[in-house]
Design a binder for this molecule. Structure first.
Ligand SMILES: Nc1nc2c(c(=O)[nH]1)N[C@@H](CN(C=O)c1ccc(C(=O)N[C@@H](CCC(=O)O)C(=O)O)cc1)CN2
Length: 274
């Protein structure tokens, strides 16, 4: 069995030793360990330990960890089962490049997930998605009750692959699982609609893409991954859109893979990505 232990707490002496000692005493073999401190003199401490466990179960291990270690260090933590692929639903609108890229990477085995469904406020991509053997649901806007019906209880993660409708706070609360969005700008610049057109009008020399967790505030959630590309005065917004597609696809795939691998810790409106 493979487990991933992710921990956040105030930094102090002895944390790594206590966690590693607990896992070793529990019969776990630690296969990777990474940590980060915002300030060794008493900042926030983040750690990810991946381990293999031949006997026992993660639930029992978690209960023992809470009693023997977490309470002592006032840790916030979670234990993920590396052997249980996450169920990842994908939402899309009119742009298919991020959707098809995710489906292609999944078919190649790059993404450790199952994909129960793709849903869209447009019918355009039904045949493409069917070609990957995945259910496609056309749910015309306004569509939040229908999306909740489709998604609640059927997925552990929702990916907005250029899904272009703003989700309400009620929707986010009802759904109750993480949502990752790809925004087609180098946030915080050009949040909201039509970022490439606005970037062109501003005369930018850099365009980019940002993958972030979705919050009620538009394009303001914790950033997971970003990348950029240079542009010159010769680019129009149409060529920025074309150049941007490659950035968006790559950034979203990196962010989704980090989440699926349990390498992302969120604190406040920031992330640590191990
Ligand atoms: N609650 C949230 N919902 C969504 C987020 C988010 O961060 N929080 N990200 C967007 C994706 N997005 C940019 O990446 C985005 C989507 C839609 C709009 C927008 O202005 N939409 C208009 C209508 C657009 C249209 O259909 O023509 C609107 O919904 O009123 C801006 C940015 C996904 N949802």
């Amino acid at each position: 069995m493979n487990g991933r232990l992710l921990i956040t707490c105030h930094d102090r002496h002895g944390i790594v030793a206590a966690v590693a000692g607990f896992l070793a005493d529990s019969g776990a073999n630690i296969i990777s360990s990474d940590q980060h401190s915002t300030d060794p003199e008493g900042g926030e401490f983040f750690m990810r330990m991946e381990f293999n466990l031949d006997q026992g179960d993660l639930s029992s291990l978690g209960r023992a960890f809470q009693q023997e270690v977490a309470e002592r260090f006032d840790m916030r933590w979670r234990l993920a089962d590396g052997g249980a692929p996450k169920r990842m639903a994908v939402l899309v609108s009119k742009e298919d490049h991020c959707l098809v890229d995710l489906l292609w990477r999944h078919r190649r085995g790059e993404l450790d997930a199952t994909i129960p469904l793709v849903a869209s406020n447009h019918p355009d991509w039904a045949n493409d998605v069917a070609g990957f053997g995945i259910a496609y649901h056309h749910v015309p806007f306004p569509n939040e009750p229908e999306l909740i019906e489709l998604l609640k209880g059927t997925c552990d993660l929702v990916v907005l692959a250029r899904y272009m409708r703003i989700l309400s706070g009620d929707f986010l609360a009802q759904l109750g699982v993480p949502i990752i969005n790809i925004h087609h700008s180098f946030l915080p610049a050009f949040a909201g609609a039509n970022p490439y057109q606005r970037a062109y009008e501003r005369g930018v020399k850099i365009i980019g893409a940002t993958a972030h967790y979705v919050t009620e505030e538009l394009d303001a959630g914790p950033i997971i991954e970003q990348d950029v590309a240079r542009v010159s005065h010769r680019e129009h917004s149409e060529t920025m859109v074309r150049l941007g597609r490659d950035i968006e696809r790559t950034v979203l795939a990196r962010a989704v893979k980090a989440h699926l691998d349990d390498r992302v810790l969120v604190y406040g409106n920031r992330t640590v990505v191990f």
